[in-house]
Design a binder for this molecule. Structure first.
Ligand code: ADP
Ligand code: MG
Length: 682
């Protein structure tokens, strides 16, 4: 600094309880570069106010303040931040070291705020701490240091960025006489050997005696200036024996080694992490709120996705290009409760042939169901067993892959004849040493009994053995079923009078469905496609997902309030630290970034573990669900809880977003804090 510091009519008024407090009433003062000035005066005389103005922490009400060619009285907030960051070193009465940082890290803060990398700034901090005699205390935390050691650390911190002006507000106020002398000797040495301008507030006569000039303030005005003609020789101090501080003493030397790059993102993250660690329980509980919300969301959405995928897969394996055709039934006769509903137009074999002629129709599979209460026994050789018939032609809603026959073949679709046995039934028909293949082609008799006791036997042939449940199920060909039904209802021409129960019409592709179904409907039949059913199913699932998702959303809203609350508490606890950071050159934007990142991390932390627990919960419910389904005899169902990548990324991003949103207001509060008021905060 080559220009003097010049104060002209510098005035600072405060509003307090509607009263105007005149802290400075038009101060005129010039300070030469390299001068050591002591500001003395009774408490409340305006010493700290003047120091804060010089440091750019506060704004004057009126008057001018020129510092190294900069008009601080009219400087913008950004300029004053830069001024603090580059030119000023602050030393406080109560040291104001950050409790979570080691001595080394504390000393390095001004360089961190200037964007200097960790390695370089810590090397410089170490060097400086060694110079102030604390080489053995580098990794100690402030609470582990004595008062004198803390203040020497603070002196090193005030020096690290090579400031041109050091402002010390009662630096010895919290120290015993001997330690105070040591610190003053250190400051004097800096002033003499490096030409750093030094302004020290004190009300200790002995401390003031170190200065080149003593400026006395009273009631906001300078009342006396005393110039020490013969600078007093300082007390012998261990520091005197040490080599001078590097770089070599040059009065008014140019600024060097100071970047104004600002606080780097990596340092913001590092600080946020270290701040999160200081209140582990509180922060874990807060993140726990986010976690619960994310767990709900992830588990719910993963089920939505999984179930939807499974449904889609199974419907697709059945074939979306299928049309289901049913006859339209008359209104049942209200006066005859036992009347069977009569189809308006029965589906006769002729109609089946007609439908097969429609372009784009690949195949037509008729359905014919036996009465539910029918009693059938199967006789093979000497064995006779009661059996149940399933409709072998209906496409299986068996989930999963298309099964293979264990022996022989399955029933044909269009005109089928024969019997397929489930393996359990086949086992009870086999003699010792025979295999399923021995049964293929064997003649059996199916004996049907009417409710009133009459029986009739129908011959059939075993065509295949399949995997299935129980020991009494057969699939029966269309021909046998037609014969049984004709006898049962005593209607030899049952296909002409009643027709088939329904048809499955397979078309060439999905695109042909609409055209084919309208042609079939012209025949007075009803059609339904799987696609329509699937659409409805998807809508229901989507609705369920939305509903369940909103439960998770609600949980997250509550979690956001938790994050906001935690951040507000953190600000309250750290008000003084925020003041210190601002005094050391942190901008409002950087303070906001620090708190926003901290809140975002709370969210991310909750999101990360929420994702893990949510996935695990989904898997657990999935597993239990499968046990249940298997007990109910349903197999072949795939995983129902699926966490696709977009859900994982989305859940974490959303949790982080929640944290950021919740932290917006607290971070803005922290950024707005007035540094002077923050530094007064206890
Ligand atoms: P000193 O440091 O000399 O003890 P200060 O500079 O702290 O004195 O304060 C000077 C006067 O201004 C005192 O009367 C003090 O109460 C008042 N003052 C300082 N800061 C504020 C403030 N932020 N609001 C209201 N009054 C203030
Ligand atoms: Mg004061």
């Amino acid at each position: 600094m080559t220009d003097p510091i010049k104060l002209t009519n510098l005035t600072r008024h405060f509003e307090r309880g509607g009263m105007d407090v005149q802290a400075l009433r038009g101060v005129d003062l010039s300070i030469e570069p390299g001068e050591f000035v002591a500001l003395v005066g009774p408490s409340g005389s305006g010493k700290s106010t003047l120091l804060n103005l010089l440091g750019g922490l506060d704004r004057a009400t009126a008057g001018e303040l020129w510092l190294n060619g900069t008009a601080l009285h009219s400087a913008t907030e950004a300029d004053r931040t830069l001024h603090r960051r580059q030119r000023i070193g602050f030393i406080f009465q109560s040291f104001n070291l950050l409790p979570r940082l080691t001595a080394l890290e504390n000393v390095a803060i001004p360089l961190m705020l200037s964007g200097v990398g960790v390695a370089e700034r810590e090397a410089r901090a170490k060097n400086l701490l060694e110079k102030v005699g604390l080489g053995h205390r580098l990794s100690h935390y402030p609470t582990e240091l004595s008062g004198g050691e803390q203040q020497r650390t603070a002196v090193a911190r005030a020096l690290i960025h090579n400031p041109s002006l050091i402002l010390a507000d009662e630096p010895t106020g919290n120290l015993d006489t001997k330690t105070g002398e040591e610190v003053m000797a250190l400051l004097q040495e800096l002033n003499r050997e490096q030409g750093i301008t030094l302004i020290v507030v004190t009300h200790d006569e002995d401390v003031a005696a170190y200065a080149d000039r003593i400026v006395k303030l009273r009631d906001g005005d300078i009342v006396e200036e005393v110039k020490a003609d013969n600078p007093p020789s300082p007390q012998p101090s261990p520091l005197r024996e040490r080599e001078p501080m590097s770089p070599p003493p040059v009065r008014g030397r140019a600024r060097e080694g100071v970047k104004s790059g600002g606080l780097q993102m990596s340092d913001i993250i590092r600080q946020a992490l270290s701040n999160l660690r200081r209140r582990p329980v509180r922060n874990v509980l807060t993140a726990g709120g986010v976690l619960i919300g994310i767990v709900t969301l992830v588990a719910m959405v993963s089920f939505g996705v999984g179930v939807q995928r499974e449904v889609q897969r199974n419907f697709e394996s059945i074939g979306l290009e299928n049309l289901f055709v049913r006859p339209i039934y008359d209104e049942p006769d209200a006066f005859d409760p036992f009347a069977e509903p009569e189809p308006q137009t029965p589906i006769t074999p002729e109609m089946v042939a007609q439908i097969e002629q429609i372009p784009d129709v690949v195949s037509v599979t008729p359905e014919l169901r036996l009465p539910f209460s029918i009693d059938i026994a199967l006789t093979y050789g000497d064995t006779s067993l009661p059996i149940r018939v399933t409709d072998g032609n209906e496409p299986e809603f068996s989930f999963g892959t298309e099964p293979e026959p264990l022996a022989g073949s399955f029933l044909d679709t269009r005109v089928s004849e024969g019997t397929v046995l489930v393996n359990g039934l086949a086992d009870s028909l086999l003699a010792e040493g025979e295999s399923y293949d021995n049964l293929i082609g064997e003649e059996i008799l199916l004996t049907v009994q009417l409710p009133r006791g009459e029986t009739e036997s129908f011959p059939s042939q075993i065509v295949g053995v399949r995997d299935g449940f129980g020991g009494s199920i057969i699939e029966l060909g269309l021909a046998e079923r037609e014969a049984i039904l004709a006898w049962w209802f005593n209607e030899p021409d049952i296909l002409q009078t009643d027709g088939y129960d329904g048809l499955i019409v397979q078309t060439t592709d999905l695109g042909a469905i609409t055209a084919v179904s309208s042609q079939i409907e012209e025949l007075d039949l009803e059609t339904q496609s799987l696609e329509a059913i699937l659409n409805v199913a998807n809508q229901v699932l989507g609705l369920m997902q939305a509903l369940l998702g909103s439960v998770g959303g609600l949980a997250l809203l509550v979690a956001a309030l938790g994050v906001a609350n935690t951040m507000m508490m953190a600000i309250y606890e750290r008000t003084r630290e925020i003041g210190v950071l601002k005094a050391l050159g942190a901008s409002a934007r950087e303070i906001r970034a620090l708190f926003t990142v901290e809140a975002a991390m709370l969210g991310l932390l909750g999101g990360f573990f929420g994702l893990i627990f949510g996935t695990l919960l989904g898997r657990l419910v999935d597993w239990i669900g499968h046990r249940f389904l298997i007990a109910e005899g349903i197999t072949g169902i795939g995983q129902l809880s699926v966490v696709p990548w977009w859900l994982a990324v989305g859940a974490m991003a959303f949790a982080t977003f929640i944290g950021i949103v919740a932290g917006l207001y607290p971070a803005a509060r922290a950024a707005r804090l007035d540094p002077v008021a923050a530094l007064r905060h206890e």
